[in-house]
Design a protein around this ligand. Structure first.
Ligand code: USQ
Length: 382
């Protein structure tokens, strides 16, 4: 397939590009380095420096023989999106090109405005480029489990059948996001659903939980190919943060009570899920939604697991609850359905002690590069 990856410089975008290329697909990546600019502006750079996309593509070609075409462009500008879609003529577009940090989106007016504008404009331009230029192209869009919030009922895969006053219909599952960033993903889903039902686009919307990991088959081929691994309060997700804190000798930052439950997955499984979705496309006129996670944990359970493995490596890990900078439930029911991707063939890589120990070893090699000022939360929801 011809695969166009929007947001190809990201934590997920770059490893996804290598994965598709290694599987024999023809890959183009596009990015405007928005995350790199925000990371620099907020002193939130990744633990391991990552070369530019063109440099990474050159290294990848040298070690694997596979090409990745690179386009630096601002996809929130319609003519840039249209030009790239025309040139790449994709069978599938993987859309990751969004500002992905919940804390950044809650930092102030400018950051909220930038998140809102970028995320909605890229999705809107992507929809129109597909509708007008490549109407059969399948859009695989990265959504988030955070779209649903933490309802007191089981979370279905995107859709729910409701019986009301004796009549039944099927609706998008109710959404109640906990940050402006997560809310842009809710709005993306609504926008996609409108264009799917009106113009017959084919779309898969992946509701993903927090991802952890820094190893994939291709990323491990050369140090320059490592995904951008964040541990700061802006871009770092909780598992990656806890592992870096364990190495730095900082007590693990459990926000509030620590009973917050989320659905996690290994970076390797993000790649599997996205490729499975792409290779088994949605039908025309279908908005297909999968919940993309492989296991659920509370924050306290995660902290205990990191402590156990870290202590086994003589890191003497401490855990310390700090005031929660977010507005979220700290004790709640959480029972999402996540069978669709397994039915397509997903073989999960679970968060075993070996996986955590392997990550700790990689981080220990970069211990001197950890900037401890980046760890405590600098953004509050209120
Ligand atoms: N948390 C802590 N301590 C920390 C960091 C986080 O207790 O040091 C808690 C948070 O309060 C939250 C949970 O861990 O309850 C997850 O937080 P996170 O920062 O790992 O994830 P989040 O901000 O929700 O966002 C991340 C990605 C986002 C993706 C989302 C999936 O940044 O792009 O959409 O995970 S989900 O969380 O399911 O919405």
């Amino acid at each position: 397939m011809r695969v166009l990856i929007l947001g190809g410089d990201g934590y997920l975008g770059w490893p996804t590009a290598m994965d598709f290329a290694a599987a024999g697909h023809e890959v183009t990546v596009a990015d405007n380095y928005l995350r790199r600019r925000i990371a620099e502006a907020t002193d939130s750079e990744a633990l391991i420096a990552t070369p530019s996309l063109s440099q990474r593509a050159r290294v990848f070609k040298a070690v694997s023989g596979h090409e990745i075409a690179v386009r630096i462009a601002d996809l929130s500008q319609a003519e840039q999106m249209f030009g790239i879609v025309r040139e790449a003529d994709p069978d599938v577009i993987v859309h990751y090109a969004e500002q992905p940090s919940a804390p950044y989106s809650m930092r102030g007016f400018q950051e909220a405005r930038e998140t809102f504008r970028n995320n909605l404009d890229v999705t809107f331009n992507c929809i129109w480029a597909v509708k007008d230029i490549v109407p059969d192209c399948h859009i695989v869009k990265l959504g988030t489990m955070g779209e649903y919030g933490t309802p007191n009922i089981d979370i279905e895969e995107g859709w729910i059948e409701i019986e009301h006053r004796g009549r039944k219909d099927r609706f998008l599952f109710p959404r109640a996001a906990g940050s402006l960033y997560h809310t842009t993903k809710v709005l993306d889903t609504d926008l996609l659903w409108f264009y799917v039902r009106t113009y017959g686009l084919r779309v898969t919307d992946l509701m993903q939980g927090p991802v952890y990991g820094l190893s994939t088959d291709e990323a491990d081929l050369d140090p320059a190919l490592v995904p951008n691994f964040h541990y700061d309060d802006i871009f770092g997700t909780v598992v990656n943060r806890f592992l870096v804190q364990a190495v730095a000798g900082i007590p693990l930052t459990v926000y509030g009570g620590g009973g917050q439950t989320r659905g996690y997955l290994n970076l390797r499984d993000t790649l599997q899920c996205v490729r499975l979705a792409a290779e088994n496309p949605a039908d025309k006129g279908e908005l297909r939604i999968f919940n993309q996670l492989t296991e659920t944990f509370t924050v306290n359970e995660l902290a205990e697991r990191v402590k156990k493995v870290g202590d086994g490596m003589e890191l003497n890990v401490e855990i310390k609850s700090i005031p929660n900078p977010r507005k979220e439930m700290e004790e709640h029911y959480y029972n999402p359905v996540y069978s669709g991707l397994k039915e397509l063939g997903l073989k999960p890589h679970f968060m075993t002690d070996e996986v955590l120990a392997g990550m700790l070893e990689r981080i220990i090699a970069h211990k001197d590069d950890i900037v401890t000022d980046r760890i405590m939360p600098r953004v509050r929801w209120s």
